[in-house]
Ligand binder design. Structure first.
Ligand code: ADP
Ligand code: MG
Length: 615
């Protein structure tokens, strides 16, 4: 047999290599915008014709190129950004592989005009299918003006692969958005078929987001800020109530480079887990800044994936940063987050080691058992977790209220002294009122708070059960008379799947065969009026419902389902002690304002709103 291996001609090799970097017009847009940024431009025009198939042009006011560089830049692996392998771990520029212009030149006609500040005359280069057609001096502004025409003209297979104009246009806009959000300090204009469709003035991140995505974003964002020795996380997350069914606005930038990271997206979504429904996705615009030596950007030709030296640590920081941001927002209803300084006090300090937030609910506490022996559970005080200044807005200051009374008249429900101080003390008068056996009303400093009793209890149970699961310390009570239940084929199958979790949560349950089960123990504080057959059917039903588009693990599902099914129903009359106990437990929760499915638990009606109504 004769030799069969041949070296590919340069033109073919270039076309193949080009496919790695430039898959579609949007990839060329990305590379050209990044080059303009690397050149230090603070004003960039993007001009597109026919969804980029006919023309992609980027005009910048950056450093420009010399006559020689204007030719050299089209060579493969020609870059001004690194010179040796070790530079790969000190990258602060967007580009560094020296492939983008070579790739474009191999599969399009590229016209370049560029001038540096030091020269009066610029240089113009035309190159097509990797062949230099001309280079001559030209008059042009300082900076670079580069046009990529007839992309894929000599690779028909690729050209045929392109999607409809609308899809390609959407991809281009997405690339522009990523770059524009990453750099609000740069002025952008975007022309499509000779029409200026976007003008983005310089501003701060929030203004840039509002400019791109709509001014209503101003109200939707919560600031994120967390700094450790290794990484600085900043930016915004969308409030939970604005989470969407699609994963639309989810941006993570590392050193101002947009990156795709399912892992870090997970960290963010995980921080939202108890606040948005399973099928909804929060928006976020997060910036991670870190020493380049902490990351490897060179793991993917389009540089949209990176590797962190310690990705578990980064995961934790991101998750914690978002949790803190959400916590600050939730614990201070109505606070104007524009006054970013209001958040300074509750930001964790550098010295404090980062650990995942834990839940501070006492799993042994049951607001519905009035047990005189029960000690005040060690609820973490509200104030210790939050900025007193912010709570001060919600509740009266300590000085205004008498010290809690000791002795026999001290009410059982004073389980959280701080909370108690927070509520208006009216000399032994009632502080909790029930409305329609559905809402609990209580005066707070800023007006009145209305709590949805069922939702409040669902949140309390959820956090409590979660804690039980995490610590594996379910408290059960043995039943004197074990109860048999019988489920349908389908329900029994689901129960078998979740039976371990159900047991972890405190049920003693075993299968007897033929879809019959026996329950001989129940969670410690399951109110007694629950019929166990109903309870199990309800849990199974919720599990099934949650599963329809389940992104959540089975245990989480069981947890939510159980909290929902076991929560106090509307129509149940509550004593003042019970209401106070529920309110106390609610405010010991991490996220008192929302149910696990993201529904509001409470509302505050302010003095102003009330007096407005009486005008
Ligand atoms: P990379 O960005 O990875 O270095 P490119 O092929 O994108 O590779 O660009 C090659 C080189 O051309 C860059 O390193 C830079 O020196 C120069 N260059 C490209 N675009 C511009 C621009 N808009 N302004 C100034 N110089 C540019
Ligand atoms: Mg580049």
């Amino acid at each position: 047999m004769s030799d069969v291996i041949k070296l590919l001609p340069d033109a073919v090799a270039n076309q193949i290599a080009a496919g790695e970097v430039i898959q579609r017009p949007a990839s060329a847009v990305k590379e050209l915008l990044e080059n303009a940024i690397d050149a230090g431009a603070d004003s960039i025009q993007l001009i597109i014709k026919d969804a980029g198939k006919t023309l992609i042009q980027v005009v910048d006011n950056g450093a420009g190129m010399t006559e020689t560089d204007a030719r050299l830049c089209f060579e493969r692996h020609a870059t001004s950004k690194i010179t040796q392998a070790s530079d790969l771990f000190a990258i602060r520029t967007m580009g560094f592989r020296g492939e983008a212009l070579a790739s474009m030149a191999a599969i399009a006609r590229v016209e370049l005009k560029t001038r540096t500040a030091g020269e009066e005359i610029g240089t113009g280069v035309i190159i097509e299918a990797a062949k230099l057609l001309s280079q001559k001096p030209c008059n042009c502004a300082k900076g670079t003006n580069i046009s990529v025409k007839n992309l894929f003209f000599n690779t028909p297979a690729r050209r045929n692969f392109l999607k409809s104009d609308n899809v390609e246009k959407r991809n281009i806009l997405q690339e522009l958005q990523r770059v524009a959000i990453a750099r609000p300090d740069i002025f952008f204009q975007y022309y499509q078929n000779n029409q200026l469709t976007h003008q983005l003035n310089k501003g701060n991140l929030k203004q840039r987001i509002a400019n791109l995505l709509g001014s209503n974003y101003n109200q939707r964002l919560v600031p994120v800020e967390e700094k450790t020795q290794i990484v600085h996380v900043s930016g915004y997350v969308g409030k939970p109530e604005y989470a969407k069914k699609t994963r639309g606005e989810q941006y993570i930038f590392v050193n101002h480079r947009f990156i795709r990271s399912p892992y870090l997206n997970h960290a963010v979504e995980n921080a939202f887990e108890d606040l948005v429904p399973d099928d909804a996705h929060p928006s976020f615009f997060l910036f991670l800044e870190t020493d380049p030596e902490q990351i490897d950007v060179n793991v993917h030709p389009t540089k949209t994936e990176i590797k962190f030296r310690d990705d578990k640590y980064i995961y934790q920081i991101v998750r914690t940063a978002v949790k803190h941001a959400l916590g600050s927002y939730h614990l201070s209803p109505g606070i104007d987050f524009d006054r970013e300084s209001a958040f300074d006090d509750i930001r964790p300090s550098k010295e404090r080691p980062v650990k995942p937030p834990t839940i501070s609910v006492n799993p042994g506490y049951n607001p519905f058992v009035q047990d005189n022996q029960r000690k005040s559970p060690p609820l973490q005080s509200l104030r210790s977790r939050t900025d007193p200044g912010q709570w001060g807005q919600l509740f009266p200051a300590d000085a205004d209220t008498p010290a809690p009374k000791e002795g026999p008249e001290k009410k059982q429900y004073l389980i959280s002294p701080d909370w108690d101080k927070g509520i208006q003390e009216d000399n032994g008068q009632k502080k909790f009122f029930q409305l329609h056996n559905r809402y609990i009303i209580t005066p707070v400093k800023s007006g009145m708070m209305v709590i949805d009793q069922q939702r409040a209890h669902e949140r309390v149970l959820f956090e409590k059960l979660k804690d039980v699961l995490e610590k594996r310390n379910a408290a059960s009570q043995q039943l004197l008379f074990p109860e048999n239940i019988r489920l349908t084929e389908n329900d029994a199958a689901i129960l078998r799947e979740i039976i371990e979790s159900v047991r972890f949560l405190g049920f003693g349950i075993n299968e007897l065969g033929k879809n019959n089960f026996v329950i001989d123990a129940i969670p410690h504080d399951l109110p007694e009026d629950h019929a166990l057959q109903d309870v199990m059917e309800g849990i199974v039903e919720n599990v099934q419902k949650n599963r329809v588009d389940l992104k959540q693990d089975l245990q989480g599902n069981v947890l939510r389902s159980m909290a929902k099914r076991l929560s106090l129903r509307y129509g149940k009359a509550l004593s003042e002690e019970e209401m106070a106990g529920l309110a106390n437990s609610l405010f010991a929760c991490q996220m008192p304002q929302y149910t696990p499915a993201g529904k509001p638990v409470l509302q505050i009606i302010s003095h102003d709103e009330l007096s407005e109504k009486f005008k």
